[in-house]
Write a protein that binds this ligand. Structure first.
Ligand SMILES: NC(=O)c1ccc[n+]([C@@H]2O[C@H](COP(=O)([O-])OP(=O)(O)OC[C@H]3O[C@@H](n4cnc5c(N)ncnc54)[C@H](OP(=O)(O)O)[C@@H]3O)[C@@H](O)[C@H]2O)c1
Length: 348
């Protein structure tokens, strides 16, 4: 069931925190596999902050495709970065928001009771999450924990993809394929916020209204229409689906236009690697641009900018549904279907 109600603004936390218990509930996996087979929720020791680290009581975490990749270890070609024989991360959850409850020696940026969010190296699907102090970004007044935790991997990817890789300029026309999931829903909103004059969003029937509500000027339902039949050309094509042949992606751009590829359909072993590698070749000597495939990088500056946009009312994340920690295996399984509607949250 979809719960699309607006997330409530959080209340101010006191500057003292209740004592941190010795154990906590946490999602956990030790080997690769289907989320429903390998992810369990168990009681584990609560981590203690080392020098420079900050421990946060997690109030909301958000789910990303990245979590599914870490749990399944797929596609296999990505194993060197996911962990060759065993997953490098054992607690899912790359985005977390909550209150600071303990700080390590030398921490100067945060105090007990501060409300913060971060894009972390896993660990969000737990009652407490640990990360270096520089990773945690203060949550401004008027922004909920739920809103803040949507702003990690997905929003950073959409922002860096449009602004840095796509070099989106004011007044340009943008095409966004895969416009309704975690990355895509942010891409629609951020394209408008960065000054696009017109945004065409491609998604399936059930997401058409949400894409329009997110600011798209036109929505193409890919189950009924073909974006190639519009006869339109775009300055930036942000491709969060990777389902069209590259030759045809090229034709959807004006001269000088830019194709930004962030994903493509996957198989167990190598896809989408061949497509990722061939993107720049397809656009060479065409007068159109396509940067080599990139992975978004963690950026405290970008996270601070994104949360400011939310605080100012210029960016409203699309929250699909809240799940309990015990439901972590199921939400991870569903994320692997790649048909999310905006962002889903885990509330420990
Ligand atoms: N390069 C990077 O740095 C980076 C960063 C983050 C994510 N990614 C990758 O980007 C992808 C999307 O991530 P996400 O978190 O946004 O996933 P998601 O929330 O599951 O969204 C998937 C999106 O793809 C759309 N889609 C699925 N099949 C489609 C088709 N045949 N034609 C057009 N659209 C289709 C879905 O729309 P419908 O449900 O309407 O079909 C949905 O909008 C993942 O593969 C992820 O691994 C890459």
């Amino acid at each position: 069931m979809t719960d699309s109600t607006q997330s409530p603004t959080r209340e101010h936390a006191p500057h003292t925190a209740p004592p941190v218990p010795a154990t906590m509930r946490s999602a956990f996996y030790e080997g690769y596999g289907a989320p429903e087979d390998v992810v369990t929720v168990r009681t584990v020791p609560t981590p203690k902050p080392a020098p420079g680290e900050v421990l946060v009581k997690v109030r909301a975490a958000s789910v990303n495709a990245l979590d599914w990749h870490y749990v399944t270890g797929l596609p296999m070609f990505a194993r060197p970065s996911l962990g060759l024989r065993r997953p490098k991360r054992q607690v899912p959850g790359a985005d977390a928001a909550g209150e600071v409850v303990a700080i390590g020696e030398g921490v100067t940026r945060h105090r007990i009771g501060d409300e913060v969010f971060a894009d972390i190296d896993g660990g969000g699907f737990a009652e407490y999450a640990l990360a270096p102090q520089d990773g945690w970004i203060p949550i401004p007044d008027g922004v909920s924990f739920e809103q803040a935790t949507t702003l990690g991997v997905a929003a950073e990817t959409a922002l860096q993809g449009l602004r840095d890789w796509g070099n989106l300029q004011q007044g340009q026309r943008v095409l966004i394929a895969g416009a309704s999931g975690g990355v895509g829903s942010f891409a629609v909103r951020l394209a408008k916020l960065l000054g696009a004059s017109h945004v065409t969003a491609v998604c399936s029937t059930r997401n058409v209204d949400a894409a329009l509500a997110g600011g798209a000027d036109r929505v193409v339902d890919y189950t009924r229409e073909d974006v190639r039949a519009l006869g339109d050309r775009f300055d930036v094509f942000f491709d969060n689906a990777g389902t069209l042949p590259l030759r045809q992606c090229r034709k959807l751009l004006v001269k000088g236009g830019t194709y930004v590829s962030i994903t493509a359909p996957k198989t167990k072993w190598v896809k989408p690697l061949p497509r990722m590698l061939s993107v720049p070749l397809y656009f060479a000597l065409t007068g159109k641009k396509a940067p080599a495939f990139k992975v978004a990088s963690r950026s405290a500056t970008d996270l601070a900018w994104l949360v400011e946009q939310v605080a100012a009312g210029r960016l409203e994340p699309l929250i699909e549904r809240r799940w309990s920690l015990e439901e972590a295996p199921e939400i991870l399984r569903r994320q692997g279907e790649f048909h999310a509607q905006g962002k889903s949250l885990v509330i420990p």
